[in-house]
Design a protein around this ligand. Structure first.
Ligand SMILES: O=C(O)c1cc(C(=O)O)oc(=O)c1
Length: 305
C-alpha cells in the first residue's frame, strides 16, 4: 500500500493495451514518456500539483517491448519536482535503452549535472503550464540554459498556445535546441488555420533550432473518437495539426506515447491504438522513419548516428 493518496478522479494508465496494427520501424524511439515513483521508493515532491498512481520503470519497459519500441526518452514528470531520482534510476536500469530529460534548479551543482549526464540525461524541461508548476523567474531559467548548453543538452518547453506571444522573446533567446512538448497545446477547436496555430508554425519556421513533439492527441482532441475499443481513426480533429507540423518540419519532429498520461480527465487511451495514430500524421515510410528513428537518435543518441 502506497503512502500516497491519488488526486481525486485520477485515471490510471490503461491495462492490457492492444498490439499495434501499425508496425513501428526498427529502432523506433518513444521520445516522451514518464515514470511515477513508485511512491514508496521515490516519493512524490512536496510542491507537486497532483498525486498520480505508480508507474514504474519495469511497467514502462514492458510497454516499450509490447508496442515495439526500441528505446525511451523519459521526461521528468512535474509530480517529482526537481528530484530526478526515479527518472535517473529508470535510465540507469535500461541497459542504454533510455535517455532522460531532467528538471533542475539554479542551485544544481556542476557535479550533479555531470552525474545526470552520466546517467543519460540530455535535456532540461522548463514548464510554463500554470496548473502544473509554480512560476520560476526567467533569468534563473536562462542561467540554467546557459550552463546545460555547455553539456550539449537541449531545453524542452511545455506551454499552452495562448501563452506563446508572451513567452516568445524568452524562447527565441534560448541558446540551445528547443523542443516543444505536444505542439504547444493548440486549441484544436479553433482550426488549423487559426492565428494561434499560425504563430506556432512561424515560431518553428523562423527558428531552426525549434523542434516539436507531435504527441498527445488524446489530450488535445475535443471530438475524438477515443483510442479505445479497436478504434483505428482516433482523434481526427488533431490529425491536421500534427500532420502539418510533420510535413513542414520533417527533420525536427518527435513522437511519444506520453505514458502514463498524467492528468487526463475524460478517458485513458489504449496505448496500442495511440501507436496506430502515427500513420495518420506521418503517412509515408520516410516521414515515419524521420519521426520515430532518425530525429530522436540525432538528439538523444548522437554518438550512434
Ligand atoms: O498536461 C499534463 O498534465 C502533463 C503533465 C506532465 C507532467 O506533470 O510532467 O507532463 C506532460 O507531458 C503533460
Amino acid at each position: 500500500m502506497s503512502a500516497f493518496t491519488k488526486t481525486p478522479g485520477w485515471l490510471d494508465w490503461y491495462q492490457g493495451p492492444a498490439k499495434p496494427k501499425f508496425q513501428l520501424p526498427a529502432g523506433a524511439v518513444d521520445a516522451h514518456c514518464h515514470v511515477f515513483g513508485p511512491g514508496d521508493q521515490f516519493p512524490f515532491a512536496p510542491e507537486r500539483k497532483y498525486t498520480p498512481c505508480d508507474a514504474s520503470k519495469d511497467q514502462l519497459f514492458a510497454l516499450r517491448d509490447h508496442l515495439g519500441f526500441a528505446r525511451n526518452v523519459i521526461v521528468q514528470a512535474t509530480c517529482h519536482g526537481a528530484d530526478n531520482r526515479a527518472m535517473v534510476d529508470a535510465c540507469l536500469s535500461s541497459g542504454g535503452k533510455a535517455r532522460g530529460v531532467a528538471t533542475v534548479k539554479r542551485s544544481v551543482t556542476d557535479e550533479e549535472l555531470q552525474a545526470l549526464h552520466a546517467a543519460g540525461v540530455r535535456g532540461v524541461r522548463f514548464n510554463f503550464v500554470k496548473r502544473l508548476v509554480d512560476f520560476t523567474p526567467k533569468d534563473e531559467l536562462m542561467e540554467i540554459a546557459g550552463r546545460i548548453a555547455k553539456l550539449g543538452w537541449h531545453v524542452v518547453i511545455y506551454f499552452e498556445a495562448v501563452d506563446l506571444p508572451e513567452l516568445w522573446d524568452f524562447f527565441t533567446a534560448l541558446p540551445t535546441t528547443v523542443v516543444v512538448d505536444h505542439m504547444g497545446r493548440p486549441d484544436v477547436s479553433k482550426g488549423v488555420h487559426s492565428e494561434e496555430f499560425a504563430l506556432f508554425l512561424k515560431f518553428m519556421r523562423e527558428h531552426k533550432n525549434v523542434w516539436s513533439k507531435v504527441s498527445c492527441p488524446e489530450r488535445l482532441s475535443v471530438t475524438g473518437p477515443k483510442a479505445l475499443d479497436g478504434e483505428q481513426n482516433a482523434y481526427q480533429d488533431v490529425v491536421p495539426f500534427a500532420r502539418r507540423v510533420v510535413e513542414e518540419f520533417p527533420d525536427r519532429v518527435l513522437w511519444g506515447t506520453d505514458w502514463p498520461h498524467p492528468n487526463l480527465k475524460d478517458h485513458m487511451p489504449d496505448d496500442g491504438l495511440l501507436v496506430d495514430f502515427i500513420p495518420h500524421i506521418a503517412p509515408t515510410a520516410e516521414l515515419q522513419r524521420k519521426l520515430l528513428v532518425d530525429n530522436p537518435m540525432r538528439l538523444y543518441w548522437p554518438e550512434e548516428v
